[in-house]
Design a protein around this ligand. Structure first.
Ligand SMILES: *[C@@H]1O[C@H](CO)[C@@H](O)[C@H](O)[C@H]1NC(C)=O
Ligand SMILES: *[C@@H]1O[C@H](CO)[C@@H](O)[C@H](O)[C@H]1NC(C)=O
Ligand SMILES: *[C@@H]1O[C@H](CO)[C@@H](O)[C@H](O)[C@H]1NC(C)=O
Length: 568
């Protein structure tokens, strides 16, 4: 008797990777059609959940994957620099609806192709495809991470005369062996040789494209830590953004467990040692410095905590800007670019307690970015951006039906909880599975309409509201850097906590507008319904979902409330 057979689950789905001409644009599309519908992939990249795989339990995986789903993600890329995940990982993804872009485990390197090595790769790939192909969560096999790009842009300084040999090795490994095995074993899902790639165009160019980052084909990886990340013009209008991101530091409560008092400074040996990305700590401060005053306090621990907070605010706001740009680019072609159909930021989870691009800390605690992701990946979202002095708002929807909605736009001065002007545009149509312009006004008109406003003294918030309770998150648009904001007053934040069934209700009060309100309950495991938000109303109700037993008293005693003006 085979018990595992008796407990197996059946799921159905189809998947196609659509690469076809787009009217008005050179190149080819690159998107997934799932069960006959084009689907915008929203999510992140998965790395190993621990340096020691035997410490990774079913509960570890479930918590991380559930956190992805709770942040409105529908996809993860299992990165080729990590491990083939255990069966339970894919079981959970099948169950909760996370689609997997599965890399084979080859990354950022040139691999040999002698017979012994190839035999070992063939055995491994055959085993993994047979083990995993029954999981409907997997929607794509992908040969490697960044090795097409590494050859085409010569990361490893290969002398020109030897280039052909490395291309031959590349074809031998990924095309003649890995691809052959995949095609023999599993024709139910697409295969690409690398990420980033130009897809069919790369194939046409002999599998190593001249520029695998071409925005008109395939997927792209994009990182830039030098330019101002609030400025959307720096981002590539790609067909599919499969890697992009910014670093931040994990919470003090996470770091505290692996450090001692002499480590608690941004420039300590500990802080340098934990940073494994060259110049990472400096780059974070540079991005923070574009829009915020850097902490100047004389208490070193307070200064460290303020810096941690600001790196998390920066990471959340930068990744929000970039992701919203990709989502808003899904239905249009501008100067030949667009039809973006995926946004998978780098990276979901952490392998240890350290600064990184992750939105979930080691142990599972949500960084501010993960709360932002829950909003910027919401099924219905208004997105604002400015182009040449004009404010545009797009309605972005993953819903399967067209919606008739009301767009509410509210302007506040930083100094008052009373709005200076509000506007409700009714009968706004946001079409199913698309991003459409729904509002346009020059910034100077907005400032004039809302008397007494300047770019520095006012802030815009907006949301979409429908009948029968449909509502988008409230989004914000800053008219200037927050370090230049005029009129912000230090607020008095307070919270009352009560228990309701299995959750805890935090009623938060503020005496003034408070940007980036962070609620932190230290090492108590769980997550809030929202965090890091801009508070423009006196009161906000936030739910805490505990992951282990706790109490009102414990939560009250652990709670720290921080907003921007608490940074000194
Ligand atoms: C964004 O960057 C572009 C190109 O560098 C520049 O022209 C524009 O002024 C920038 N916008 C803002 C708001 O800084
Ligand atoms: C950092 O480590 C070096 C080498 O171990 C040591 O000489 C130095 O004093 C340390 N610096 C601090 C600030 O602890
Ligand atoms: C604009 O400022 C003036 C002077 O401070 C004030 O009297 C007036 O009420 C303000 N108008 C609005 C719409 O806030």
């Amino acid at each position: 008797l085979n018990l595992s057979f008796m407990s197996s689950q059946a799921y159905f789905r189809t998947v196609e990777l659509v690469q076809e001409p787009i009217p008005g644009s050179p190149g080819l599309s690159f998107y997934f059609r799932i069960n006959g519908r084009p689907i915008f992939l929203k999510g992140s990249n998965w790395i190993p959940a621990d340096s020691f795989q035997d410490r990774v339990t079913y509960d570890t995986l479930r918590l991380l994957l559930k956190s992805a789903a709770d942040a409105n993600m529908n996809a993860l890329r299992v990165w080729g620099g990590g491990v083939y995940e255990q069966d339970e990982f894919y079981d959970i993804c099948d169950e909760i609806g996370i689609m997997i872009w599965q890399d084979f485990m080859f990354a950022c390197a040139l691999y040999p192709t002698d017979q012994n090595y190839l035999a070992s790769v063939r055995a491994e790939v055959l085993h993994q495809v047979r083990r995993l192909k029954s999981h409907p969560s997997i929607i794509l096999w992908s040969g490697n991470n960044e090795n097409e790009a590494a050859i085409s842009t010569n990361w490893f300084s290969i002398p020109h005369a030897e280039r052909e040999r490395y291309i031959r090795d590349y074809l031998m490994l990924y095309v003649k062996n890995i691809r052959e095995i995949v095609l023999n074993e599993d024709r139910s899902r697409p295969f690409i040789a690398s990420s980033p790639t130009n897809g069919l165009e790369s194939v046409k160019e002999g599998w190593v494209s001249q520029n695998p980052y071409d925005t008109h084909y395939g997927d792209t990886h994009f990182y830039d830590y030098n330019n101002d990340c609030w400025n959307w013009t720096m981002y590539p209008k790609t067909r599919f953004a499969s890697e992009y991101g910014f670093q931040s530091w994990p919470s003090f409560s996470t770091i505290e467990k692996v450090s001692s008092a002499e480590d608690w400074s941004y420039v300590s040996n500990f802080s340098l040692h934990r940073q494994h990305h060259d110049s990472g700590n400096v780059q974070m401060l540079q991005e923070v410095g574009y829009h915020f005053k850097l902490p100047q306090g004389t208490d070193p621990v307070k200064r460290f905590k303020d810096t941690i907070y600001l790196t998390q605010v920066m990471q959340a706001q930068c990744t929000k800007t970039e992701t919203e740009f990709y989502r808003a680019s899904q239905s249009e072609i501008i100067r030949g670019e667009g039809h973006t159909m995926g946004a998978l930021y780098w990276q979901l989870n952490d392998i240890w307690q350290a600064p990184s691009w992750a939105s979930l800390e080691y142990g599972g605690k949500w960084k501010l970015l993960h709360y932002f992701a829950r909003n910027f990946f919401a099924p219905l979202l208004p997105v604002a951006y400015e182009d040449q002095g004009v404010l545009y708002i797009y309605g972005v929807s993953d819903l399967h039906g067209d919606q008739k909605l009301t767009l509410r736009v509210v302007v506040h001065t930083w100094g008052s909880l009373e709005p200076v002007c509000t506007l409700a545009k009714e009968g706004v149509i946001v079409k199913a599975q698309s991003a459409v312009p729904i509002y346009k006004e020059s910034i100077s008109d907005v400032l004039e309409r809302c008397r007494n406003c300047t770019r520095k003294s006012c802030v815009i918030t907006f949301c979409l509201v429908g009948e029968d309770g449909l509502q988008s998150p409230t989004n914000h648009f800053f008219l200037s850097s927050l370090k230049d904001a005029v009129g912000l007053e230090k607020t008095q934040l307070s919270a009352s906590v009560s228990k309701q069934d299995d959750t805890y209700i935090f009623v938060l009060q503020t005496t003034a507008i408070a940007p980036f309100v962070s609620m932190d309950v230290g090492s108590i495991k769980g997550r809030f319904s929202d965090n890091g938000f801009l508070m423009t109303e006196k009161k906000k109700v936030v739910v805490f979902y505990p992951w282990e037993p706790t109490s009102v008293e414990e939560l009250e005693n652990s709670l720290t409330l921080t907003s921007l003006l608490d940074v000194v």
